[in-house]
Design a protein around this ligand. Structure first.
Ligand code: MTE
Length: 248
């Protein structure tokens, strides 16, 4: 596991600024209480719900996952959370739900990064329905046995371990089930560089750098990046028949 000090001081959370140190410095500005989450779209029941009410429904499990950023650094993090599928099933998906979209908090008064337009705010991400329902996909509410630090996406975030870290959206306030594929923030920002799938793939380079290797934070040297970040046995079948050079 990566040292907790590194996991909480070396972050990407552009709502606080683009430097790795910004989230830790400014994260106290994130207002997490009360925290309302809206469940919208193609669900049997839509809802506006308090984070505590979501939390009270689940027994938390610890999952130690690799996290591989598209920028080529990586970590190993012990998350605390529950499967996203359990939350989706609680509200019941309709037969028209093909994608799940997630939205982060929007609060430019407190989130200094949102006063500049590096990406479209609020930060938005999405998964295909089978990716969202996959047992590895989780909602994390803590790490290292404690509640989630603000800089890591308090009070609840997505964790999708076989995809580049930018899919693992932080501080989620809306979950929407949709029929059509939505445009996500990074795809809107630069579709040549950031794809919708964003599966970790050492054979498909970013236009500006190789994805073959990675720098594990806390280690010297570089490691070989693994297909689907090492989770190929669990997830490769989701993409059978797809051209991963095209659907990057
Ligand atoms: N979620 C939001 N709302 N804003 C962000 O800037 N950055 C993403 C992802 N989720 C980001 C986000 C990126 S690029 C990565 S690598 C991971 O968060 C980093 O998670 P960590 O800081 O907990 O390691």
């Amino acid at each position: 596991m990566t040292a907790i000090k590194d996991v909480t001081t070396y972050n990407n959370f552009y709502e606080f600024g683009v430097r790795k140190s910004d989230p830790e410095v400014y994260a106290h500005k994130l207002q997490t209480d009360p925290w309302r989450v809206s469940i919208q779209g193609e669900f049997e029941k839509t809802a506006e719900v308090n984070f505590e009410d979501i939390l009270s429904r689940y027994t938390l499990e610890e999952r130690i996952y690799r996290l591989r950023c598209v920028e080529t650094w990586s970590m190993v993090i012990p998350w605390l959370g529950f499967p996203l599928a359990d939350l989706l099933n609680h509200y019941g998906l309709t037969s028209r739900a093909n994608y799940i979209e997630f939205e982060s908090v929007l609060d430019p008064d407190n989130l200094r990064g949102q006063r500049s337009s590096i990406i479209e705010w609020p930060y938005r991400e999405a998964l295909r329905i089978d990716e969202a329902m996959h047992p590895l996909t989780m909602i994390a509410v803590g790490m290292y046995g404690e509640k989630m630090p603000n800089q890591n996406g308090a009070p609840m975030r997505l964790v999708v371990p076989w995809k580049y870290g930018f899919k693992s959206i932080k501080s989620v306030v809306a979950i929407r089930a949709l029929e059509e594929k939505p445009t996500t923030s990074w795809v809107a920002q630069n579709p040549e560089e950031y794809g919708f799938y964003a599966n970790v793939n050492p054979n498909v380079d970013h236009p500006r750098w190789s994805q073959a290797r990675e720098r594990r934070i806390g280690e010297g040297g570089r490691r070989q990046t693994l297909m689907f970040n090492g989770y190929a046995d669990e997830v490769a079948q989701l993409y059978s028949g797809m051209d991963l050079q095209k659907h990057y």
